[in-house]
Design a protein. Structure first.
Length: 80
């Protein structure tokens, strides 16, 4: 939902906040896309901290080719 607000006047412009994110049923590759959108929109850089909760209830498929959520988190840490 948060990513849907990017580019609209409804996205809160919070500076120095703590952004808590979690999701149910989203594959790691989709979580990567959503976090990358927030990164490039400047949302993550404006926060004091980004806290990732649970990202569960998804089933890895052959399409995922071993792409894991930890890979997403590791890549994000190098970009923030």
């Amino acid at each position: 939902m948060l990513c849907s607000l990017v580019g609209t006047p409804y996205l809160p412009q919070i500076q120095g906040g703590v952004l808590f994110l979690e999701d149910v049923g989203e594959h790691p590759c989709r979580v990567d896309r959503l976090l990358t959108q927030l990164l490039h929109a400047g949302v993550l850089a404006r926060q004091k901290a980004v806290v990732l909760g649970q990202f569960n209830e998804y089933k890895l498929t052959p399409h995922d080719k071993g792409f894991k959520l930890q890979s997403v988190v590791d890549g994000l840490r190098t970009q923030i």
